[in-house]
Design a protein around this ligand. Structure first.
Ligand code: 5GP
Ligand code: ZN
Length: 110
């Protein structure tokens, strides 16, 4: 999607601190970290909301979840981490390209 920030990051049109990339997903550092380690995992295929989920998109998210543990552990989250998906306005979703927040590198409390 041409006006999507995360699609632009995926295409390299906006710089980002990438920590992992393959043909299906990209993981990069959040620009405003909310924890000592704050990464964003995004599918390379644009979709806006978790509520748009279908079988194909779920396969993509399943693939991302299969990769995240090793990526998190390799990037400062050996003692644990939290995954968050914000869905819609009440959750404070600001970027409408599905993303999984990976938070860790410290004791997070709740
Ligand atoms: P949301 O609130 O939509 O779940 O999370 C969007 C996240 O994207 C926020 O944590 C915000 O800091 C991050 N973000 C927004 N714009 C950029 C950007 O241009 N680069 C990076 N690396 N992160 C961004
Ligand atoms: Zn996008």
């Amino acid at each position: 999607m041409s006006d999507c920030i995360f699609c632009k990051i995926i295409k390299g049109e906006i710089p980002s601190a990438k920590v992992y990339e393959d043909e299906k997903m990209l993981v990069f550092k959040d620009i405003e970290p909310k924890a000592a380690v704050h990464l964003l995992a995004v599918p390379k295929t644009h979709f806006k909301l978790l509520s748009e989920m279908d079988e194909e998109k779920a396969e993509n998210v399943k693939y991302m979840l299969s990769k995240i543990p090793q990526i998190a552990e390799a990037n400062g989250c050996k003692d644990g981490y939290r995954l968050i998906i914000n869905q819609g306005d009440d959750a404070g979703q600001t970027v409408f390209h599905l993303h999984i927040h990976i938070l860790g590198g410290e004791n997070l409390g709740w």
